[in-house]
Write a protein that binds this ligand. Structure first.
Ligand code: IPM
Ligand code: MG
Length: 370
């Protein structure tokens, strides 16, 4: 519990740290088309993580067999990012694990459990920050309804960056939200570049700038500045509450294409979007930085599924969608397309419970199609 004076001192330190973060930013982009060896870190995660990751690794081994044999692609297992080890060491990502991770170029990661309450940061948040993975890209498509959305969620700022550094005072608690010019500019640029390079004509900016005037106000303003460099792409603004409704409004939802938004809104709305597509088990997620990238399922570690004995019914689709994104990111277009097409053609439906198919049944069908 802090006094007001202690809280002010803590706040001063936070502000200085954030200014240092801005000053330290920027690094060169990894060019995977020129890299002779690409190292893919494999992190199993917690709960259902190891179950779905073993399937993703099976698929990678199939698709990249030749390159793995020749050594141009290395699959490197990273140990120690388990909830047990993290709690024992009191670290969201133990130092030796982080050092191993930094020897990789990209990561494929199963969901990691985040302890509720306390001060332990989520491993995801730590990794996104430590590897500066600023763009969280989440595609959702429902072809039969003409829906093809790509969400560009800012991934290193907002409510997340100091989410474990809030302050308790007598009778109240304070958390912080941080939005920087450079952090917003780079996510906006990533969204508009994606639109431009993929024949999209519209980017929607989603905030709550009527209430979060400073931070979301800045986010909106900078997105519009960046938009000026993309005269062929239209830009529109929405508040997060009505945007949440828009996604379930059949009259307008198929009109959205690329959506750019701050961290927390992006977290929430992408679960909604994934649910519309077929559940959070169906959507992949890419965390992109200039140097590193991490690909993961959009969902959590689902301890409930294990507790209820539903381990045979886990859905590997989300981590496999993430695998498609990983393959594209490292310029393995053919392998990415093979997997994507096989997934789109696979008619075995896993629902995550006994009403659907088992993970094994899905994998058998998928492997046939590969
Ligand atoms: C996600 C997850 C994470 C987040 C959790 C696990 C920290 O919900 O990737 O969307 O809140 O970003
Ligand atoms: Mg989430």
């Amino acid at each position: 519990m802090s006094t007001v004076a202690q809280a002010c001192e803590a706040f001063r330190i936070l502000l200085e740290e954030q200014q240092a973060r801005i000053a330290a930013a920027n690094c060169e982009k990894t060019d995977f088309s020129k890299k002779e060896v690409v190292t893919v870190g494999i992190i199993d995660g917690d709960g259902i993580g190891p179950l779905i990751m073993s399937r993703a690794v099976q698929v990678l081994n199939m698709l990249l067999e030749k390159e793995i044999k020749s050594g141009s692609i290395v699959l490197k297992k990273i140990e120690g990012l388990t909830i047990e080890n993290r709690i024992a060491l009191g670290k969201p990502v133990p130092e030796d694990v982080l050092a191993e991770i930094k020897t990789c170029d990209v990561l494929l990661k199963g969901p990691t459990t985040t302890p509720m309450g306390g001060t332990m940061e989520s491993a995801n948040v730590t990794l996104r920050r430590e590897l500066d993975l600023y763009a969280n890209v989440r595609p959702v498509s429902i072809p039969e309804e003409g829906i093809d959305w790509v969400f560009y969620r800012e991934n290193t700022e907002g409510e997340y960056v100091l989410g474990s550094r809030g302050i308790d005072l007598p009778g109240m608690a304070v958390d912080f939200k941080v939005t920087t010019d450079f952090g917003t500019r780079r996510i906006a640029k990533a969204a508009f570049d994606y639109a431009k390079n993929n024949g999209k004509s519209r980017v929607s900016v989603v905030t709550k700038a009527n209430i979060m005037k400073k931070t979301d106000g800045k986010f909106t303003e900078i997105c519009h500045q960046v938009a000026q460099d993309y005269p062929d792409i239209s830009v529109d603004d929405w508040y997060i509450d009505i945007m949440t409704a828009n996604l379930v409004n059949p009259a307008i939802r198929s009109g959205f294409q690329v959506v750019v938004l701050p961290n927390l809104y992006g977290d929430i709305i992408t679960d909604e979007a994934a649910q519309l597509q077929g559940g959070v088990g169906s959507a992949g997620s890419a965390n992109l930085g200039d140097r590193y990238a991490m690909f993961e399922a959009i969902h959590g570690s689902a301890p409930r599924m294990l507790a209820e004995g539903l381990q045979d019914y886990v859905n590997p689709a989300s981590i496999l969608r993430a695998t498609v994104m990983l393959l594209r990111h490292i310029c393995r277009q053919d392998a990415a397309q093979r997997l994507e097409q096989a997934m789109n053609r696979c008619d075995v439906t896993v629902t995550g419970d006994a009403s659907g198919a088992t993970c094994d049944a899905y994998m058998q069908a998928l492997v046939q199609l590969l």
